[in-house]
Each structure stands twice: as structure tokens, then as C-alpha cells.
Design a protein around this ligand. Structure first.
Ligand SMILES: Cc1cc2nc3c(=O)[nH]c(=O)nc-3n(C[C@H](O)[C@H](O)[C@H](O)COP(=O)(O)O)c2cc1C
Length: 323
């Protein structure tokens, strides 16, 4: 990354499509990040995908080296900036060490989730990085905005992982009443029309998570990939019973581990990183998540193929060319 401060406007000029391959627990690793960046969209991963900060260093080094190599190999190619997602919830015991690593590696785009971005804004801005704070409601988005973030990641209804309950249409329009910074919209965006719809609403970028789970580059278990290909929107269950935060789960995966989806009760305990079911079964590992854009996914495809097709469709529909 150059020393100039990264802005969302500049970030967009470095992208082939206004898309972030969204961070996903146990799914995103160096292969997915590098493939996304090489395809021209931001590649990201949650820092919790490595057990220790020492393990993370190995991934950081690998990502930086592979992207440098790609830039050297083709200086004219769009190699998008990469991103790390830090859990800023007060229950994250690794927060300080992980933030130190983000600063040391000058991670270009930092996404905060599940807690306030307050503690990351100043250190990330100090080296010229960009902070996007994820929020699942307008009230949480407003709180994050007050801490001086560059962008708000609006996690709308329909999204995979810890999902939102606000309509994407209402969410972006509501936040645009008082926020003129960047908006990233997440929730069931799976194709070029969805990306454009996000922009028409007033978002700058789209998060796409579920779309990239059934790729050779993702770390998803084969069963997770298969379930996404075979399932549809009606196979998803929204519940906070597993982690304390509302998430979108694949019904067949609940049944496969012996849980009866009908008996899942809403919880009042609040979010717990280690989940609420005891040791087994584990949410995210064995019990799988997906967003409501699932219906259009019918096979495993490489990230390059997915982004290539998205680019062609987007440009044919909206820019009048197939470039
Ligand atoms: C399996 C899975 C795991 C996820 N894990 C995380 C995570 O660790 N941190 C995070 O900020 N968001 C996480 N998300 C949410 C995504 O970053 C993104 O907001 C969401 O996938 C967008 O909705 P979509 O899946 O419908 O595209 C996860 C989503 C999925 C599907």
C-alpha cells in the first residue's frame, strides 16, 4: 500500500467491480483473499480464522507476498487491496494483539464487527488505512458513525452469518438521510443486478459472502458447499439460539447434527463467541450458515470465474459494454 491515505473513492478506482468478498468465519483464508484481490474485488478474512496471533502472522505474510508477486507479474492488472475483519466485541480476548498486527502490516481495509469500532479508528487511520464498521441496525450504524469511521457496512435482512433484520431498501435510505460517508451493503447480493441495486439505493460497495462459499478457494467444508448448491431460500432458518446473535442457518445442517429447528428458542443471553450449545454441536462447524441469495448458486466455481461473469454481466447491463 502506498503511504497516501486510502479513501473509499480511491479504493473504488482500484476495483474491477464495487464488491468486497465478505469476511466469513471458517471460510475465508489466504486462497480466497488472494483470488478475490487478483480478480479485482476486495478480499477479506476474519482474524478469528486463525487460532493465535502467531498463526495469523503466517497468513498475513502469505497474503502480502502473493499479492506483491501478482503485482510484479502484471503491473497493469487490477489487484485489489485486501482486508482484515476484527471482532471488536469486549469478549474478544485477542483484540489488543490482533490490532497490533493490523497496524504492523498496515492492512489497507479494516472491517469491525460485533462491537464498537471506537478502539480501531485512530490506530488504523494513523497508518492511512480505511475503517468500515459493520452494523445490523440504523441505531448501531449511527453509533459507529460517531467514532469517525470511513464506511458503514449495513448488514441487512437476508445476509448470511450473523444477519440483520432491516430491509436493505429501508436500511440504506434511512442511513443516507444523515450519513454521506461510504456505505457497503450486505445481504443476499449474488449477481450483477444485486450489485447495481445496492448502488441505486445509495451504497458504494456490495458485500458478497455466500456467493463465494462454494469455490475451490474457500475453506468451507465440502458438505457446506454441497448444501448451499442444493438448498434454496426456504431452507434457511433465522435464529439466535446458537450464538446469542441472530444468524441465518441452513436447516439441513441443523437436522444433520440432531437439532430440531422447530424447538430452537430465542435467547436473551447476548452474543457469545463460543456459542450457547455447549461443546457440541458447534455453530459454524457442522452447523452451516448462508444468506438468502443462495437460490442462484448451482455449482462450485472459481472466484475468477464468478467475478469474470459478474463483471461481464454488470458492464453489459449498466455500462453498455462487455469489457
Ligand atoms: C458462513 C458465514 C460466516 C460469516 N462470518 C463472518 C465473520 O466472521 N465476520 C463478519 O464480520 N461477518 C461474517 N459473515 C457475514 C459476511 O461478512 C457478510 O456480511 C454476509 O455474508 C453478506 O451476506 P451474504 O452472505 O448474503 O452475501 C459471515 C457470513 C457467512 C455466510
Amino acid at each position: 500500500m502506498s503511504s497516501a491515505k486510502l479513501t473509499v473513492a480511491r479504493l473504488k478506482t482500484e476495483l474491477a467491480l464495487p464488491v468486497i468478498c465478505a469476511p466469513m468465519f471458517l471460510i475465508s483464508g489466504p486462497d480466497l483473499v488472494v483470488a478475490a484481490c487478483k480478480a479485482g474485488i476486495v478480499g477479506s478474512f476474519p482474524l478469528f480464522n486463525r487460532r493465535t496471533t502467531a498463526d495469523l502472522i503466517v497468513w498475513f505474510d502469505e497474503i502480502v507476498a502473493r499479492l506483491d508477486e501478482a503485482r510484479r507479474a502484471d503491473p497493469s492488472a487490477y489487484i485489489a487491496p485486501w482486508s482484515a475483519n476484527i471482532n471488536t466485541h469486549t469478549s474478544n480476548p485477542r483484540f489488543a494483539e490482533d490490532l497490533e498486527l493490523i497496524v504492523r502490516y498496515r492492512v489497507p481495509v479494516v472491517i469491525s464487527a460485533l462491537g464498537s469500532p471506537k478502539r480501531i479508528v485512530e490506530p488504523v487511520h494513523a497508518y492511512g488505512g480505511l475503517v468500515i464498521a459493520d452494523a445490523a441496525s440504523p441505531a448501531l450504524a449511527r453509533k459507529a458513525a460517531d467514532f469517525g469511521v470511513d464506511g458503514l457496512g449495513l448488514i441487512a435482512s437476508g445476509s448470511g452469518g450473523h444477519t440483520g433484520s432491516v430491509s436493505p431498501i429501508a436500511f440504506v435510505r434511512e442511513v443516507r438521510r444523515w450519513w454521506d460517508g461510504a456505505i457497503v451493503l450486505g445481504g443476499a447480493i449474488g449477481d450483477a443486478v444485486g450489485i447495481r441495486a445496492a448502488e441505486v439505493l445509495g451504497a458504494d460497495l456490495a458485500y458478497m459472502g455466500t456467493r463465494f462459499i462454494p469455490t475451490p478457494e474457500s475453506l468451507a467444508e465440502p458438505e457446506h458447499k454441497r448444501m448451499i448448491i442444493e438448498s434454496g431460500i426456504d431452507d434457511l432458518i433465522i435464529s439466535n439460539a446458537l450464538t446469542g446473535a441472530t444468524a441465518s442457518w441452513l436447516r439441513p445442517s441443523l437436522i444433520a447434527v440432531g437439532l430440531d429447528p422447530k424447538t430452537l428458542k430465542p435467547r436473551e443471553d447476548g452474543y457469545r463467541y463460543r456459542g450457547l450449545l455447549g461443546d457440541e454441536p458447534k455453530p459454524w462447524k457442522g452447523i452451516f450458515s448462508a444468506g438468502q441469495g443462495i437460490g442462484s448458486i448451482d455449482r462450485v466455481e472459481t472466484v475468477a470465474d464468478i467475478v469474470g461473469a459478474l463483471k461481464r454481466d454488470y458492464h453489459q447491463r449498466y455500462n453498455g459494454s462487455g469489457a
